[in-house]
Design a protein around this ligand. Structure first.
Ligand code: FAD
Ligand code: FES
Length: 371
């Protein structure tokens, strides 16, 4: 009853199939009034409006920690300390929360391809399927007035698979079956999405903090929508006013209905620590080809070792600076990815995605002897 009432409000309607000319999807659900916009144009306009209203934007300033209290104190890498009445940590996976919210988030790599398609070959809409792993489709107009189809999916938990070539191939096969008019794939890439167990973002006061510290986290692949919702809610929440959506998005909300999924993700994260006691992937640095990386064990310690194309070796402790799981080599993107909570690092050890807020630790000098 409640579900049909909500469906009525949203106008969600069952359909015999999705509007694909050459592929019968079977029964589908249609969401009316979908919107599509260019994310960079949207963000640029937001930044311009923010500065016009007196806001100031500092790029390249990594925050080390945020502490609540009578006033909020924000410590920036390099030593600067900022005081504020309130702080919003909008980093998708919050670096200021080690446990409470992190146990409710799961980071996934998602893969995407783009290929030209005739403008009249596809009905303009955003498409999703319900396969595991799932797929999604968007259409984009190019600057010269052409049309590209972007297909995505084949997700896996960050750091828990290193088979991007196979995933891109499966994704292309899936797209060609449904959109036979697809041209040659021009772009391939992957990105990070951070999921909550119930599919809604966390927007509100951080449950693990005292004082006025707010988070916007767990984009669930809908961060542009969730970010916009956060912009609508946060002025009220910071000012201590009630907001009708506060309970729906509260970071401290219980996961009664999605408990099984939540528990499964946490068991999976805990299992990643068994890598600490396993052997290394190679016995000798000589086994690491130029442009690749591998985990090397020396005694009780593990090291993430990358050999640059010119032969230079870069070594780091393989323990993730977040909570100490062993990072894994991602050969598709040449990154070190942490299988526990999804932090990622480049081949110089610099953090790319949190929750880690610092780089991989350089290997100790006495550990760098070739084996
Ligand atoms: C293939 C793909 C398709 C998608 N499609 C859609 C879609 O159709 N609709 C939709 O709504 N969303 C979509 N998304 C999701 C959307 O792109 C993301 O949710 C969104 O970009 C997340 O924005 P964010 O600002 O929360 O996080 P991010 O873009 O990850 O930004 C976080 C920022 O925080 C910074 N940061 C991190 N740690 C620190 C620190 N310690 N100090 C200072 N800064 C820090 C990072 O450098 C980064 O700039 C898609 C994502 C992918 C990968
Ligand atoms: S991201 Fe948590 S241990 Fe690596």
């Amino acid at each position: 009853m409640a579900a049909s009432w909500r469906a009525g409000i949203l106008g969600v309607a069952p359909a015999a199939r999705a509007p694909l000319a050459d592929f019968d999807t079977g029964p589908a659900v249609r969401y009316p009034r979908q919107a599509q916009f260019h994310p960079l144009r949207y963000l640029t306009a937001l930044a311009v409006a923010f500065e016009r209203l007196g806001g100031r934007i500092f790029c390249g300033s990594r925050v080390k920690d945020v502490k609540g209290g009578a006033e909020t104190r924000i410590r920036v890498q390099g030593g600067h300390l900022i005081s504020a009445a309130a702080a919003v940590v909008a980093t998708n996976t919050p670096f200021n929360d080690r446990v409470v919210v992190q146990t409710k988030l799961a980071s996934y790599r998602t893969y995407a391809i783009a290929a030209p398609i005739a403008a009249d070959a596809v009905t303009r809409a955003l498409y999703w399927d319900l396969e595991v792993p799932f797929h999604y489709v968007r259409l984009q107009t190019t600057p010269d007035g052409g049309r590209v189809l972007i297909a995505g999916g084949e997700d896996h938990k960050t750091g828990q698979a290193d088979d991007s070539a196979g995933r891109f191939a499966r994704l292309e096969g899936w797209a060609r079956e449904r959109f036979p008019a697809l041209g040659t794939v021009s772009h391939r890439w992957s990105g990070q999405v951070v999921n909550t167990a119930d599919g809604l973002a966390f927007i509100g006061r951080n449950p693990g903090d005292a004082g006025n510290i707010f988070i916007v986290a767990g984009d669930c692949g809908h961060g542009l929508t969730h970010g916009t919702i956060a912009g609508m809610m946060l002025p009220d929440l910071i000012a201590g006013r009630a907001h009708p959506w506060a309970g729906l998005y509260a970071p401290g909300r219980a996961h009664a209905r999605s408990f099984k999924k939540w528990a499964g993700e946490n068991l999976n994260a805990a299992a990643q620590y068994t890598d600490l006691v396993l052997p290394g992937e190679v016995r000798s640095l000589r086994d690491i080809a130029p442009g690749t990386g591998a985990i090397v064990r020396r005694g009780l310690s593990k090291f993430a070792v990358y050999r640059a194309p010119d032969g230079t070796i870069r070594e780091f402790s393989a323990r993730c600076p977040h909570l100490g799981a062993v990072v894994c080599w991602n050969s598709g993107e040449r990154t070190w990815d942490c299988p526990a909570h999804g932090s990622r690092f480049d081949t110089r050890g610099c953090v790319l995605n949190g929750p880690a807020s610092s780089n991989l630790h350089p290997a100790k000098a006495d550990a760098s002897t070739a084996v």
